[in-house]
Ligand binder design. Structure first.
Ligand code: S3P
Length: 430
């Protein structure tokens, strides 16, 4: 288990780009596999998680040409052309793969078993098994967890499903199953979650109908994706946005970042806190909004994050906790019980980790409360607990701290962002 010591720095400055979006990269490979013909993926975000997706489709008979580190060609076999693998599929640590793939496999021919690493095998799967069963899928979990076994069927039927939790992964699994179902499939959301699946399926020619609180899909004859340009991952940009905001004298530009409004809740919350992030060069690439971000340091005041807003910054809430820790006033996050079901129980890992560093944060059942103190946190040790977002939180805490932070289990950043520590180092100024 690697330990990386992150020293305090004066500021961060320069121009950077971050890897391709993880959510979009998974979807490009999965939807490319279901398309007819070749899909050329540019800006692919290569990481342990997205490698798991390439390996998974490979086991299902899909040829993926790795043209360059960030460029792939996926040879699609059509909507029902996946093959039964000869061994269980290992999704590694990738929750998105584990949740989306069963939606696809439910309508294929054959028997499929999906498993994952120790962390993934603690993550709930009943949330997808339940709606898929209602569609007629034959899917069994292991007491609600992975491993999951799916016996494909050609008798799926469309349903209307009201999501009990705001989850893009669950929504996506249902929509993907809807591609091979009879009749229309509708998913109603309690709050807007990321819509990359809908956008990409629409680009591929699926009949998608979007309403403010729901989305419907009709069975598709065929999909043609052809090309995907993956935007920079907003969630990978977020540690740099927070570091530049908190370190006086910083001026950091992050180029070609995905700015899908269902992902950028952190920008809205930081703006309420007084942050100075200028968005320029806004444009659309393949249905997704992208742009450049120029981040200047700022003094922050406290903010509250409410349940409705949570899905728009769900993966950035650990970083919000750190920002709140140095803001003036008391901040709250509520309605974020889903954090307990991520790669770690992020309410526990964030509050325990940041407290050790001197941040005044209290856990709540469904979030946390932070009493900000506008000065550098002390520093100390931060265990990643096998969670990539917690390792990156520890690193940002390190650069903004007084004494530095030892990130224990730092290698786990490779789950989403293998070059993270080098990039952070490259923008750090004494
Ligand atoms: C993801 C959706 C989110 C997010 C995860 C990626 C996706 O999970 O936390 O990192 O790609 O659909 P939920 O939709 O389960 O909240």
């Amino acid at each position: 288990m690697g330990v990386t010591r992150v020293e305090p720095v004066g500021s961060v400055a320069g121009h950077i780009a971050v890897p391709g979006d993880k959510s979009v990269s998974h979807r490009a490979v999965l939807i490319g596999a279901l398309s007819d013909g070749e899909t050329h993926v540019r800006g692919f975000g290569r990481s342990a998680d997205t490698e798991s997706t390439i390996a998974a489709v490979g086991a299902l008979g899909i040829q993926v040409d790795e043209v360059a580190d960030d460029e792939l060609v996926v040879h699609g076999v059509g909507l029902r052309g996946l093959q039964e693998p000869d061994a269980p599929i290992d999704a590694g640590n990738a929750g998105t793969l584990m949740r989306l793939l069963p939606g696809i496999l439910a309508g294929q021919e054959g028997r499929f078993e999906l498993t994952g690493d120790d962390s993934l095998r603690t993550r709930p799967m009943d949330r997808i098994a339940e709606p898929l069963k209602r569609m007629g899928a034959r899917i069994e979990t292991t007491k609600g967890l992975p491993p999951v076994v799916i016996e494909g069927t050609d008798a799926l039927k469309g349903i209307e499903y009201v999501l009990p939790m705001a989850s893009a992964q669950v929504k996506s699994a249902i929509l993907l199953a809807g591609l091979n179902a009879n009749g229309t499939t509708t998913v109603v959301e309690p709050a807007p979650t990321r819509d990359h699946t809908e956008l990409m399926l629409a680009t591929a020619g699926a009949r998608i109908q979007r309403r403010p609180k729901s989305v419907s899909i009709d069975p598709a004859g065929s999909l043609h994706l052809a090309e995907v340009t993956v935007p920079g991952d907003f969630s990978a940009a977020a540690p740099f946005i927070v570091a530049a905001t908190l370190l006086a004298g910083s001026e950091l530009t992050i180029h070609d970042v995905g700015l899908n409004p269902r992902r950028t809740g952190l920008l809205d919350v930081l703006e309420r806190m007084g942050a100075r992030v200028i968005v320029f060069n806004r444009r659309k690439v393949g249905g997704e909004l992208i742009g450049d971000l120029e981040v200047h340091s700022a003094e922050l005041t406290a903010a509250d994050v409410t349940e409705e807003e949570v899905p728009r910054l769900v993966d950035e809430l650990p970083l919000f906790a750190l920002a709140a820790g140095v803001a003036r006033g008391v901040s709250h996050v509520s309605g974020a019980g889903e954090l307990r079901l991520k790669e770690s129980d992020r309410i526990e890992t964030v509050t325990e980790g940041l407290r050790t560093l001197g941040v005044r944060i209290q856990p709540r059942d469904d979030g946390f409360e932070v009493r900000g103190v506008p000065s550098r946190p002390n520093g100390g040790q931060m265990p990643s607990k096998g969670d990539h977002r917690i390792a990156m939180l520890g690193a940002v805490a390190g650069v903004v701290s007084r004494d530095g932070v030892e990130v224990e289990g730092s290698d786990v950043v490779a789950i989403s962002f293998p070059g993270f520590f080098d990039l952070l180092h490259s923008v750090s100024r004494r």
